[in-house]
Design a protein around this ligand. Structure first.
Ligand code: ADP
Ligand code: ADP
Length: 217
């Protein structure tokens, strides 16, 4: 489902964030991406989401090469991707409900069914009672949970999450992990970057470990 071959990423300032990274993630797998801060975890996830492009090498996601993907194809690709990144990209002038509704509106989902799905997603992240609130009035952890609801509402086949539990209390972190696991069990491919040892020891999934931009284990 995701295949990287000899991927290098050098940012415009000359910093080489990834060196010769090759990896394979099968459809239906759930894997962790580990490594210290600055190891290249976000960069790697951004390659998979076509947010950043490799300097060389190939990044295949669901059969598409992200290195040569035309900009016009990106929105279509993203419909199959649930993205949970640090820069939330929430719409701050729209309610919690509308933020989660957006991915469904874009694909023209029937409104009544869509509203049900939105409420189910909000319920799963514990934000159902905040549906009318504006995102700015939510705490950092609540905004993070809102992003997760938005990322999963359209049941993407691939979920990419960058430190999804970073700002969450242990209790919510566990609920979010359970949500990802449930997603994975119905067939989604899930990639989660984390350095939360509690999570890593509790979930025995395969780990891809980065050290200074190299995949070392
Ligand atoms: P991690 O997610 O593991 O903390 P990142 O992928 O964010 O690592 O960063 C890997 C390296 O690339 C770091 O040294 C970081 O400073 C650098 N980096 C990340 N984004 C950029 C950028 N846009 N421009 C230049 N360097 C960057
Ligand atoms: P465009 O510039 O073509 O409008 P964007 O980069 O704004 O495309 O993103 C398209 C979709 O991908 C949006 O729905 C947005 O929510 C999602 N997206 C893009 N980048 C991120 C990110 N860093 N974190 C979360 N979602 C993102």
């Amino acid at each position: 489902m995701i295949k990287l071959s000899q991927v290098n990423k050098r940012y415009p300032d000359g910093h080489q964030a990834l060196h010769q990274v090759s990896l394979d993630i099968a459809a239906g797998e759930m894997v962790f991406l580990t490594g210290h801060s600055g190891a290249g975890k976000s960069t790697l996830l951004k390659m998979m989401a076509a947010i950043e492009r490799p300097t060389s090498g190939s990044v295949l996601v669901a059969g598409q090469n992200m290195a040569s993907l035309k900009p016009v194809a990106i929105p279509f690709l993203r419909r199959n991707l649930g993205l949970i990144f640090q820069d939330h990209k929430l719409l701050f002038d729209r309610s919690v409900f509308d933020n989660v509704m957006l991915p469904l509106s874009i694909i023209g989902y029937p409104p009544k069914e869509a509203a049900k799905r939105v409420r189910a997603a909000l319920d799963k992240v514990g934000l159902l009672d905040r549906e009318k609130a504006l995102p700015i009035t939510l705490s950092g952890g609540e905004q993070q949970r809102l992003c997760i609801a938005r990322a999963v509402v359209n049941r993407p086949s691939i979920l990419l999450a960058d430190e999804p539990t970073g700002h969450l209390d242990a209790e919510y972190a566990e609920e979010i992990m359970q949500l990802f696991k449930a997603f994975n069990q119905v067939g989604s491919t899930v990639v989660i970057s984390t350095h939360d040892e509690a999570i890593l020891t509790r979930y025995g999934n395969r780990r891809l470990h980065l050290d200074k931009g190299r995949l070392v284990a």
